[in-house]
Every structure is written in structure tokens, then in C-alpha cells.
Design a protein around this ligand. Sequence first.
Ligand SMILES: C[C@](O)(CO)[C@H](O)COP(=O)(O)OP(=O)(O)OC[C@H]1O[C@@H](n2ccc(N)nc2=O)[C@H](O)[C@@H]1O
Ligand SMILES: Nc1ncnc2c1ncn2[C@@H]1O[C@H](COP(=O)(O)OP(=O)(O)OP(=O)(O)O)[C@@H](O)[C@H]1O
Length: 282
Amino acid sequence: MFSEKAKAKINLTLDVLYKRPDGYHEVEMVMQTVDLSDHLVFEDRDDSTITLSCGVPYIPLDHRNLAYKAAALLQEQFGIRRGVHISIEKNIPVAAGLAGGSSDAAAALRGLNRLWDLGLSLDELAELGAELGSDVPFCVYGGTAIARGRGEKIERLPAAAPLWVVLVKPPIAVSTADIYGNLNVREIVVHPDTQAMVKALETGEPERIVDHLGNVLETVTFKLHPEVEKLKYQMMKFGAMGALMSGSGPTVFGIVDRESRAQRICNALRGFSKEVYLTRFL
Ligand SMILES: C[C@](O)(CO)[C@H](O)COP(=O)(O)OP(=O)(O)OC[C@H]1O[C@@H](n2ccc(N)nc2=O)[C@H](O)[C@@H]1O
Ligand SMILES: Nc1ncnc2c1ncn2[C@@H]1O[C@H](COP(=O)(O)OP(=O)(O)OP(=O)(O)O)[C@@H](O)[C@H]1O
């Protein structure tokens, strides 16, 4: 029996450069792991099937689950005849822009690499992960990184200073495909400055980091779901140093340098949303 943590991510920057002929968007994003995690446990089975259990009722437990897909991919690629039962304790909100499913897939790749003694490196697992989703390779490594291509090309960065992050999710689910589908690249007014964010992270100065937050998908999601923009405004009003929507949304994160202030923001936001989390850069 093995276990793995599947950590959530936020996008400190998310830039779209152009729409590619394959329908995906060429991106450049600074990604950061935060300490909000699902927990996965992997147990051997007597047969070759893959089974899943999960405490929450609203995620698929069959071939549509990204952790199932990860297990099936490894079985197929390496001719594995052993089965596995994967229990998922879900703490990351679903369809939130926090890569919950992608992180479960990455944790499944790491966990099964150990359970099935495959001896694969993180680079090899990340390459396999790209077949499951654009965010999976980053989730294989975690930490701080720049993601390019459709998100699968990862340049790892030194660990960032452990800033506090408040997450707030409105009670709506957002489809990533819909948000990218509604983006008109020619209408992007301000592109985030990826290199400036990298430099800001090197200094560890929160004031510089929040200066360079930017996500070109915000405009699209805000138009479809105005309550997301409202939460961003409230996050700032309650005292965050900077705030941004994560990924395609609808989660908004706020960056804070002191725990006491982060706690106060969480308390204030709980008047508006049931889903508020206090986390940190990891
Ligand atoms: C929004 C982000 O989460 C930011 O980290 C990612 O860019 C999306 O990552 P993801 O959810 O793992 O995305 P995938 O499962 O690979 O793709 C979902 C859908 O989003 C769109 N998509 C995704 C990534 C990308 N670079 N361009 C796209 O246009 C495509 O329509 C795709 O069918
Ligand atoms: N292990 C899983 N956990 C959560 N959702 C999953 C999982 N496997 C498949 N899904 C499906 O994936 C969809 C997207 O959920 P997920 O939580 O991964 O979105 P997300 O956080 O917006 O991802 P991203 O930030 O990578 O776009 C859900 O509708 C859900 O049914």
C-alpha cells in the first residue's frame, strides 16, 4: 500500500500567445503549488481491474476519472497485469481552476510508479502525464515552474517564498474548454510579463510578486460569470495585497504576507462564500 498527496495549483500568470492549428492555445504561465491536497491511497488487487472510491459523490469513479486514466495508461504502456484500488480523499474543489483532477492523475502516476516498481523518473512520468491533460506534467513535479506549449513543457523554478494564499470559490463550475473557446486572442489588451514574475519570485518580495499577477482568461470568465469578478474585488477590499483568478476559474486567490491578515480575509469572505481556504505557497 502506498499513498500520495495531490496538491492544488494556482496560476500566478497565464498568458495566451496564439491559437494553434490543433485547437489548443499556446500558453506561457507561471504555476505555483499550494498546500491544499487530495490524498490518494493505492492498494493491490487480486485481479487486473482498476477500481476507485471517493468520499464525495459528484466525481466519476470510472474510466472518466483522471486517476483511473493514469492507471490505465501505465497498465497499457508497460504491459502491467496487476490491478489497483485507488481511494481518493477529495479536498480540492472540483472544476475550480485548481487542477484537482490533473493533480490526482499526477499523484496516481507517482504512486503507481512505486506500487508497480516501474522505476520511471519524474521527467518520464511528466511526459506520460501530457497524454492525460495539459496541467498534469506540472502537477507531476509541483513547486514553482513556467509552463509553455499547451501547458506541458515545464521549466522548473527555485522554490518561492512561502506566502499566504486565500482561495475563494463561488458556487459555480467552469468548463476550461468553454473559457478557451470564448477567448479571442486578438482582443487581449494586456499580456502578463512572465519574466518580470520570475524575477519578482527570485526577490521573494510580495509587493513585486503581486505587481505582476495577470491572467488573460479573466476577461472571458468575468463576462460569463460576473460573480467571479465581484469576489476578486472583495478579496482586495478585505485586504489582500493582490488577487487573481486561477486558471480558467472560477476560484479567485489573494496573496497576503501575514497569517493574521490572511485569517481575517478568510473570515470576511466566509460571509459571501462557503468555499474559502487558507493555504500557502509550497
Ligand atoms: C486553464 C489551465 O488549467 C491553466 O493551468 C490549463 O491551461 C488547462 O489545463 P487542463 O484543464 O489540463 O486542460 P486539458 O484537459 O488539456 O484541455 C481542456 C480543454 O481546454 C482547452 N485548452 C487547454 C489547454 C490549452 N493550452 N489550450 C486550450 O485551448 C481545449 O479546448 C481542451 O480541450
Ligand atoms: N480525480 C478527479 N477529481 C476531480 N474531477 C475529476 C477527476 N477526474 C475527472 N474529473 C472531472 O474533471 C472535471 C474538471 O475537474 P477539475 O477539478 O480537474 O477541474 P479544474 O480544477 O478546473 O482543472 P484545471 O485547473 O486543470 O482546468 C470535473 O467535471 C470532473 O467530473
